[in-house]
Design a protein around this ligand. Sequence first.
Ligand code: GCO
Length: 255
Amino acid sequence: MPSLFDLSGRTALVTGSTAGLGLAIARGLAEAGAHVVLNGRDPGRTEAARAGFAEAGLPASASAFDVTDEAAVEAAFERLDTAGIAVDILVNNAGIQLRKPLVELTAADWRRVVDTNLTSAFLVGREAARRMIARGRGGKVINIGSLTSEVARATVAPYTAAKGGLKLLTRSMAAEWAVHDIQANAIGPGYMLTEMNGALIEDEAFDAWVKRRTPSGRWGTPEDLVGTAVYLASPASAYVNGQIIYVDGGMLAVL
Ligand code: GCO
């Protein structure tokens, strides 16, 4: 009897998967048996990530496109259709951070962060769900939220607004797509050791605060997300809809 966590025969598209959380999640899904479609804006970096998977004996394809560009997203899915690649699992991971006080932000700053962290999940999710519904085989959508899907921190307002919106977009996806056996859920990472958080990691005071404020007493690693990602991508979560699972060392659970 296959494991409830076996992803063999399924294809997973992970946006923003040339580095950081996306790359670790993509690798975990591949090691659980999925064929992974790697994505980034840069074709060279996306192809390099694919080559790395191939060297490790992991099945993967590369699909470089800008997740904020509606036409580019549509064209990318048309290319996948032509190549016979049907996305069963979508991980909306692509995101950027911009740390700046609200009163200093430009409208362009705001739009760039919200488009990349929130609108992209709508654009890519819509194309994936249209095909999942048409195929009638169900599917999985996993949105990558944040602690800021729940609480705010000064100087990251557009990111927080986007990640908060992503939590409720996840529930909206569940409301409309669960009937098609598509489970839409989210993962809320805590403070993770990633390039995006480099400035925070190098800040001694912030580093000490994270370690003090997190019951686990440490920063998270991208690999800490893999088990939850495989769970939400697998038959084991067939009756789980509209949830966000915080993988944060307990930070949100305690004062
Ligand atoms: C910040 C960080 C956070 C983390 C993460 C927390 O500046 O506070 O970038 O936003 O990246 O999202 O869950």
